[in-house]
Design a binder for this molecule. Structure first.
Ligand SMILES: [Zn+2]
Ligand SMILES: [Zn+2]
Length: 238
């Protein structure tokens, strides 16, 4: 009964904007003015989403040409700057799960309207797994929560069983860049048949890319045919 009432109220009651508190006049928790102000990432490497200074589409950065990453495409929705930093931090550290729903909905919009005009969609979604200890402290995996609205809209399955984070790594952000790679090495395990699959891997932010590289190289070693990374934000290069 409670579930039914909750569903009904979501449809019935007006939504308020997560950022400014105004009514949104839509089914999203974001008003059109705040949506227009968001720092959309428009110029980036198609392989790793490194921010580029040119606006020519389909470019690959020098780093990816020199050392191709173990994934085929990266699509980042935003630059990691305010208010996106606020949305993601509050999601992760203040359990604002509504933010995950909104970020997932915004990603789904881009996936449907822009990113896949010239290529086929992946067939399964895999959120980057969290270590059980981190999952216990946080109570949820933010990548999985962001994946839910996307999976719903695209009608794709989310696969979580069979992928685990087996090494309790330190938070990558707390480490100098030289240590980050070492920290994440052999952090994941797979017990799922990914052979010949076209996979979308989801994470909230891709910073140095070490975590996503480590996870995707394991997927590729296990036979994944194609990997597209979908993330909410990518920081500006320093
Ligand atoms: Zn607003
Ligand atoms: Zn690149």
């Amino acid at each position: 009964m409670f579930h039914y009432l909750k569903k009904l109220s979501q449809w019935w009651l007006p939504h308020t904007c997560i950022l400014c508190g105004n009514l949104t006049h839509s089914l999203q928790d974001l008003c059109s003015a705040c949506k227009l102000d968001l720092p959309i990432l428009t110029q980036s490497c198609q392989r790793c989403a490194n921010v580029l200074t040119t606006n020519i589409n389909g470019l690959i950065c020098g780093q990816c040409i020199h050392q191709p990453p173990p994934f085929d495409y990266t699509h980042s929705l935003f630059l990691y700057q305010p208010p996106v930093t606020h949305l993601i931090r509050q999601l992760k550290f203040s359990q604002k799960l509504l933010h995950a729903r909104l970020l997932g909905e915004l990603l789904a919009e881009k996936i449907c309207s822009e990113w896949y005009q010239n290529k086929s969609l992946p067939t399964v979604i895999i959120p980057i797994p969290l270590h059980p200890k981190r999952l216990q402290t946080r109570g949820f995996n933010q990548a999985l929560e962001i994946a839910r609205p996307i999976a719903k809209q695209l009608k794709l399955p989310i696969i979580t069983r069979g992928f685990s984070r087996i090494k309790p790594t330190l938070a990558q952000a707390t480490l100098p860049s030289t240590e980050r790679r070492k920290n994440i090495r052999q952090a994941f395990a797979i017990n799922y048949k990914v052979e010949n699959q076209a996979i979308a891997v989801i994470d909230d932010i891709v910073t140095t890319g070490n975590t996503i590289r480590e996870f995707c190289s394991l997927l590729k070693k296990n036979g994944a045919a194609r990997i597209d990374v979908w993330c909410c934000a990518r920081p500006n290069p320093k």
